[in-house]
Design a protein around this ligand. Structure first.
Ligand SMILES: *Cc1c(COP(=O)(O)O)cnc(C)c1O
Length: 477
């Protein structure tokens, strides 16, 4: 399997080459040159597999340059019992709210958010490729919470990799901060910048744009455009469909369609669902939920994509979705328009600041099954309270955005799966606001909050960051 660039100006690469790449050399994103198919028979063959074995099967369709035995070892380590409970991803019915509504438990990993599922795969696959090729990698990133902690927990203690993670001083939740700063592994460097998230991101960008510095210190990233993350995320769509259809009689399974609801920001998670659907997984609709930063809801409602600037992005109570330029959308638009038309129309987005796709709105709905909705702070609180009252379950604010939009769009006869993107304990403040009382934090969260923290504080200065990387980065040989 080869991967090509959406912009069409870069040579095609293998899976492991794409894995170590951020953007393609032409500025585009890697997409599979052909989409592998999953037939009904293949799905039935996969029904008896455990999560790691299913991951090897699905990822193996793309990662054809990793020998099968090696891939099995990678996924067994990534999804092992020391990192996830069995069965890694569990379905949690919410029949008390509406029959047929189910949460897909994607957040049982070490940092209580769905990003662990993809990042743990990278945490095994990337060191494997580095060792094979005799390389090292210094991962440089900026985080406002979930991505940074998932990356640190995935790469802690791994050979050939170190992580330099910038975070804005004093801006994360207590749990997010503790998840990152409590790590004492020598290859993890927590850097608190005296500034806001955008300052952290600007520092990362400045160093990444310095090609000489980047090459000298083997700097790289594991952000949401990484194709390895997308492919690893496609696995749980297949898993969720299999588990949802387990109890269904075999003869009714062939057209057993589900609707899937995805709380979205960078369009990475739902793009993985779209990829699984494109491969033949019987998903009827992909229902995209946004918070007040509803650029993507506008796109699927009107056909016009108009990204907003950081200054126009609101700080909401579902902060991991406070995104106004969805970095993975390019992959979907490339497929929607086809490679030739894509290049000229995407260029017009960069020139004019908006992209008119009204001529393809019907395709988005009818061929690709996209539907969308916006959830506000008030909706979020109401959904948290309703799920607690009617199903006795605690949900986090991002999942609550998914529930809000699911309840608006659900249709009888179609099981509706809502992706649970984080756990309530990670965002206790908003859960408390919704329920009027603070939920009892789980034991491991109390322990986590009590741990010693390790962080280097620096001013908002490129020179200080360069000096720190010169001192601490891994170098080859
Ligand atoms: C990252 C994140 C999202 C958004 O996912 P995308 O792949 O960026 O669309 C939603 N919820 C939580 C809790 C997240 O951490």
């Amino acid at each position: 399997m080869q991967f090509i660039s959406t912009r069409g100006q870069a040579p095609s690469v293998s899976f492991t080459e794409a894995l170590l790449m951020g953007l393609e050399p032409d500025g585009g994103l890697a997409v599979p040159a052909t989409i592998p198919t999953i037939t009904a028979n293949v799905l039935e063959d996969w029904r008896s597999l455990d999560y790691a074995a299913l991951a090897a099967a699905v990822i193996g369709l793309f990662a054809t340059d990793i020998p099968k035995a090696d891939l099995r070892a990678i996924v067994s380590a990534a999804y092992g019992a020391d990192r996830f409970p069995t069965p890694v991803v569990a379905l949690k019915p919410l029949d008390g709210v509406v029959p047929g509504l189910t949460l897909v438990g994607l957040s049982e990993g070490p940092t209580m958010a769905f990003k662990d599922l993809a990042m743990q795969f990278l945490g095994q696959a990337i060191p494997y490729v580095l060792a094979r090729d005799g390389k090292v990698l210094n991962i440089l990133g900026a985080t406002s919470g979930d991505t940074g902690s998932a990356a640190e927990h995935a790469f802690r203690g791994q050979e050939g990799v170190s992580v330099f993670m910038l975070s804005p001083v004093g801006r994360m939740s207590d749990v997010q901060r503790a998840q990152m700063y409590s790590l004492a592994d020598p290859n993890i460097h927590n850097i608190a910048v005296d500034g806001v998230f955008d300052d952290c991101q600007a520092l990362v960008k400045a160093l990444s744009n310095d090609a000489a510095f980047k090459a000298e210190h083997s700097l790289g990233a594991v952000n949401s455009i990484n194709i390895g993350r997308i492919v690893a995320q496609a696995v749980y769509y297949v898993w969720a469909w299999l588990r949802a259809s387990d109890g269904v009689a075999a003869e009714e399974r062939a057209p057993f369609h589900v609707d899937v609801v995805v709380p979205s920001g960078n369009f990475g998670n739902i793009y993985a669902g779209h990829l699984a659907k494109s491969m033949g997984l019987p998903i009827r609709r992909l229902i995209l939920a946004t918070n007040e930063n509803n650029v993507l809801d506008d796109l699927f409602a009107s056909g016009i994509y108009r990204p907003r600037s950081a200054a126009e992005t609101l700080a909401t109570s579902s902060p991991s979705m406070d995104i106004s330029r969805a970095s993975n959308l390019e992959r979907f638009v490339w497929q929607l328009l086809g490679p030739e038309e894509f290049v000229s129309r995407w260029a017009s987005l960069e020139e004019t600041g908006s992209l008119d796709l009204t001529d393809r709105l019907r395709d988005m709905h009818e061929e690709f099954g996209f539907v969308s909705g916006t959830s506000t702070h008030k909706d979020r609180l109401a959904s948290i309270a309703r799920v607690h009252a009617e199903a006795g379950a605690l949900i986090d604010p991002h999942t609550a955005d998914g529930i809000t939009v699911a309840l608006r769009h659900m249709e009888q006869g179609y099981p509706t799966l809502v992706m649970e993107t984080a756990l309530a304990a990670k965002f206790a403040e908003t859960v408390e606001e919704a329920l009027g009382e603070a939920p009892e934090p789980p034991m491991f969260v109390r322990e986590l909050l009590g741990k010693e923290q390790h962080v280097i504080e620096i001013p908002n200065s490129e020179d200080e960051l360069r000096a720190l990387i010169r001192r601490s980065a891994l170098h080859r040989g």
